[in-house]
Write a protein that binds this ligand. Structure first.
Ligand code: SF4
Length: 307
């Protein structure tokens, strides 16, 4: 349905669901509980072999929620000689044997929810196991093992003041995070954060389309709605300024051409956030198929129509 050339790999796997943690903004514990459901590693290996792929993405929101399982999975992946990308918590960097095993099994990139550079905010969000003072060490340990980091931050936590955007973007550059990302904290229905903001009368509306991490849907505690929206955009631009990119590229763990291309892509994104607020651009952008068939941008060929 979607053009293959736009994706790193079409081979996407989900080994587990659920998470042992209880971060108050996260949908995972509310949706799937705190006892992760797990596919046997041998089933994953069989799927990978059947697809004859050299690259895979695991979309599990915390692949190391159960470390015993993660150890079994990484051990099973090792003989395949593949490269894989996934999501894990910063706690992986504390467990060096598990981190080594992840690297040996082909892990080349991880997305981690760093969320905030304020320990107070992290504790208030029930994500106190993240320690901002150790983030630079996390990056270093990943890079030593050739694992690149996509580090995600959220803005709008109750302790955030208007200077949080500049400070966080500067931190992301100085720490050498390969690809920093910034989102507006979103009170998804069913989460403790949603219930609290509803109780406090701070939800601005219930237009779920805008509960997307990019729109402000609640009244922030220490800044205006506009400051939160504009500050988030400013953080993107700061982290993906030419000097920000150059400083981060010097330390990247990704192959240089991949790092350069992804940074350029994110720089474009940072400067066109309004355009990317919905997924319509995916379908409206010119594609080789369209150029080949001279289809107008607003009239996609049948193979690219939305389901
Ligand atoms: S944010 Fe990550 S660590 Fe926290 S509950 Fe969700 S999946 Fe688990």
């Amino acid at each position: 349905m979607l053009p293959r050339w736009r994706y790193l790999t079409p081979h996407v796997f989900e080994a587990t669901r659920g998470c042992i943690h209880t971060c108050d903004f996260c949908v995972v514990p509310s949706a799937w509980g705190r006892r992760p459901l797990q596919k046997p590693p041998k089933v994953i290996v069989e799927d990978l072999k059947r697809m004859r792929t050299r690259k895979a993405i695991f979309v599990d929101l915390n692949l190391i929620a159960d470390r015993h399982y993660a150890r079994r999975l990484f051990t099973a992946l090792k003989p395949l000689g593949i490269q894989w990308y996934g999501l894990a918590t910063t706690l992986l960097a504390d467990d060096l044997p598990l981190l080594d095993l992840a690297a040996e099994s082909g892990c080349r990139g991880l997305l981690m929810g760093l969320e905030s550079i304020s320990p107070v905010s992290l504790r208030a969000s029930r994500k106190g196991f993240n320690r901002p003072e150790d983030y630079a060490t996390v990056v270093e340990r990943l890079h030593e093992r050739r694992i690149a980091l996509q580090g995600c931050f959220v803005f709008g936590l109750d302790q955030d003041e208007p200077d949080v955007f500049e400070k966080t973007a500067r931190f992301a550059v100085e720490a050498g995070i390969d690809l920093p990302r910034f989102a507006i904290v979103t009170p998804f229905p069913g989460t403790p954060l949603f219930r609290r903001l509803a109780r406090e009368g701070r939800l601005l509306h219930r237009n779920w389309e805008q509960y997307d991490g990019q729109h402000v849907v609640f009244r922030p505690a220490r800044m205006s709605v506009e400051e939160l929206q504009q500050g988030t955009e400013a953080a993107w631009k700061q982290a993906y300024s030419w000097s920000g990119i150059a400083r981060r590229l010097r330390r990247t763990a990704a192959p240089w051409h991949v790092a350069a291309l992804t940074n350029l892509g994110y720089r474009r994104y940072a400067h066109n956030l309004h355009r990317f607020y919905t997924c319509d651009w995916l379908f409206d952008a010119p594609s080789p198929w369209r150029l080949l068939h001279r289809e107008p941008a607003g009239n996609p060929p049948a193979s690219e129509e939305k389901a």
